[in-house]
Design a protein around this ligand. Structure first.
Ligand code: SAM
Length: 282
C-alpha cells in the first residue's frame, strides 16, 4: 500500500521494528497520516520554521510535519526501539530531520534551533503538562518558541483554555492565558490512537504574545495563583491571608471583594493583585 510520502504505512513500520506500545512510556500512537498532517497544519505555516517534536515514536506526526513542509524537525525520543524507524524517515527527507535519543524532561534542545521555532508534540499527558508549564515560564519573555501545538487529555485541554467561573479554571488557565493566545484546535476520540487511551484527547494551540497580557511579576503572580487556587473553595480573604498583612485592604484597593473566590477572578484581577503586593512591599 502506498502512502502520501511514499514511506511504508505506520502499521507496517510498527510491525517491522517490533514497536509494541509500552504503557510506561505513554505510547498511544497515531497511525493515520491524514490525521497527523491535519495536526501539523494546526501549527500553521511550517515552511520557514524549525520544529521541535517531542516523543515522535514511530514517526506518524513527524511525517505529517515533514510532508507539510517543515524546514527542519528536531525530534527527541526516549524509546531507543523507535530510532531505526525514525532513521528511515530522516533518509527520505535528507537534511531535514534530526533525532535525539533522550528524555525531553532532561534535555533543553531549544538552544539548537533557529527562530521561528514551533513546538509540536503528542506526548504522555503527565510529561506534556510538565513541559507546557516549563515552556510557559521561561526566564525571559517572549520565549524562543512562537507557538506550541500539543496533544492533551481533553480535560487538561479544557483547563488550559478555561474561563473564570468554570470548574476547569485554575493555575493552568492563568499561566497559559497570561502570555499566550490558547485555543482547542481539534478534538480526537480514543479510537484515533493505537492502542486507544481511556479518555478523549484534544490538540491545543498556543501562540506566544509579544508581551504578557497584563503587567505582573511572574514569581509574585505564581505565588498569588498558587495560594488562591490551593484553597479554591475559600474566600480570597482566607486563602490569601498568608501573602501579606492587611490582605483585605489590599484586595479592596484593586477593586476585588475579599469575599470572592479564586474561581471567579479574571486574569486581569490576579495581575492587579500581584502588582499591588509588590507596591505594598515598597
Ligand atoms: N508522536 C507519536 C504519535 O503521535 O504516534 C507517539 C506518541 S506517544 C503518545 C508518546 C511518545 O513519547 C512515545 O513515543 C514515547 O516513547 C515518547 N516519550 C515518552 N516520554 C518521553 C520523554 N520523557 N521524553 C521523550 N519522549 C518521550
Amino acid at each position: 500500500m502506498s502512502t502520501i510520502d511514499g514511506l511504508p504505512p505506520l502499521r507496517e513500520v510498527i510491525a517491522a521494528h517490533g514497536l509494541s506500545a509500552k504503557k510506561a512510556l505513554g505510547q498511544n500512537f497515531l497511525l493515520d497520516l491524514n490525521l497527523t498532517a491535519k495536526i501539523a497544519r494546526v501549527a500553521g505555516d511550517l515552511g520557514g520554521a524549525d520544529v521541535l517534536e517531542v516523543g515522535p515514536g514511530p514517526g506518524g506526526l513527524t511525517r505529517g510535519l515533514l510532508a507539510e513542509g517543515a524546514r527542519r524537525v528536531l525530534a527527541v525520543e526516549k524509546d531507543t526501539r523507535c530510532l531505526a524507524a525514525l532513521a528511515e524517515i530522516a533518509a527520505a527527507y535528507p537534511g531535514r530531520l534530526e533525532v535525539v535519543n533522550g528524555d525531553a524532561l532532561a534535555l533543553d534542545p531549544l538552544a539548537h534551533l533557529t527562530p521561528p521555532v514551533k513546538i509540536v508534540a503528542n506526548l504522555p499527558y503527565n510529561v506534556g503538562t510538565e513541559l507546557l508549564v516549563r515552556w510557559l515560564t521561561p526566564a525571559i519573555w517572549p520565549p524562543v518558541w512562537s507557538s506550541l501545538t500539543l496533544m492533551f487529555q481533553k480535560e487538561v485541554a479544557e483547563r488550559i483554555v478555561a474561563e473564570p467561573g468554570s470548574k476547569a479554571y485554575g493555575r493552568l488557565a492563568i499561566l497559559a492565558q497570561w502570555r499566550t493566545d490558547a485555543r482547542i484546535a481539534l478534538k480526537l476520540p480514543p479510537e484515533a490512537f493505537t492502542p486507544p487511551p481511556k479518555v478523549a484527547s484534544a490538540v491545543v494551540h498556543l501562540t506566544a504574545l509579544p508581551a504578557p497580557r497584563f503587567e505582573a511579576d511572574p514569581a509574585v503572580l505564581e505565588r498569588v495563583v498558587a495560594a488562591a487556587f490551593g484553597q479554591r473553595r475559600k474566600m480570597l480573604r482566607a486563602s490569601l491571608k498568608g501573602l501579606a498583612p492587611g490582605i483585605e485592604d489590599l484586595l479592596q484597593s484593586v477593586g476585588i471583594a475579599p469575599t470572592e473566590r479564586a474561581e471567579q477572578l479574571p486574569l486581569e484581577a490576579f495581575c492587579a493583585l500581584a502588582r499591588a503586593l509588590v507596591a505594598a512591599r515598597g
